[in-house]
Design a protein around this ligand. Structure first.
Ligand code: TMP
Length: 208
């Protein structure tokens, strides 16, 4: 039994939480033992690091410090939760993973993508997601949803251009790795988005 790592990606306000639940149900309905988790976070230590990264503090968080904290959280999450689960043949469904680092710290913050790639190699060795689903909407739509629900963490308060750059990185990565990535247009009504997600999961499972 080999476990699989499935990740769900997208900017703020694309409906990730609702669709995480939907994907989890689809996998469970197919009889798959799935561990549902998130990044940054997923273990007690990594959740503490998440708080450091998301909380607005008095002291500025330099971009490189943010990047290292995110990979520090990822290292704990990988070694203490994800790898053990995969080794036991469990599937892991993760709300965001390293593609978010390329998008937010690379695209949004403007850190060199090569630095991110080196840290990815160092921390993950060869581990990469088996399937990544990107929920994509024009940035304005997601930001409008965030404003309506009053988001104020360190990322939710970023400007439009930050998210535009992050979206470009997501889309270009999806284009570069079509065998791993599926892009779903999340600007449509939820029922249509979930029809697509159901098809993506069915197709993925039919390959085993
Ligand atoms: P969430 O709101 O989807 O749980 O994600 C928390 C925030 O962390 C979100 O605004 C994106 C950000 N983030 C990064 O900047 N880099 C990363 O590598 C990850 C996983 C998340």
């Amino acid at each position: 039994m080999i476990g699989r790592l499935i990740t769900l990606e997208g900017l703020e306000g694309v409906g990730k939480s609702t669709n995480m639940d939907f994907i989890q149900r689809k996998l469970q309905d197919a009889g798959i033992d799935v561990d549902v988790t998130r990044e940054p976070g997923g273990t007690p230590l990594a959740e503490k690091i998440r708080d450091l990264v998301l909380d607005t503090a008095d002291e500025p968080l330099p971009d490189l410090c943010e990047l290292l904290l995110i990979f520090a959280a990822r290292s704990a999450h990988l070694e203490n939760r994800i790898r053990p689960a995969l080794d036991h043949g469990r599937w892991v469904l993760c709300d965001r993973f390293t593609d978010a680092t390329y998008a937010y710290q690379g695209g949004g913050r403007g850190l060199p993508l090569e630095i991110i790639a080196s840290l990815e190699d160092l921390i993950q060795s060869g581990l990469r997601p088996d399937l990544t689903i990107l929920l994509d909407t024009p940035v304005e739509i997601g930001l409008q949803r965030i404003r309506e629900r009053g988001g104020t963490d360190r990322f939710e308060s970023q400007r439009l251009e930050f998210f535009q750059r992050a979206r470009e990185v997501y889309l270009s990565r999806a284009q570069q790795e079509p065998e791993r990535y599926v892009v779903v247009d999340a600007s449509r009504p939820l029922a249509q988005v979930q029809d697509d997600l159901a098809k993506v999961i069915e197709l993925y499972l039919s390959n085993f």
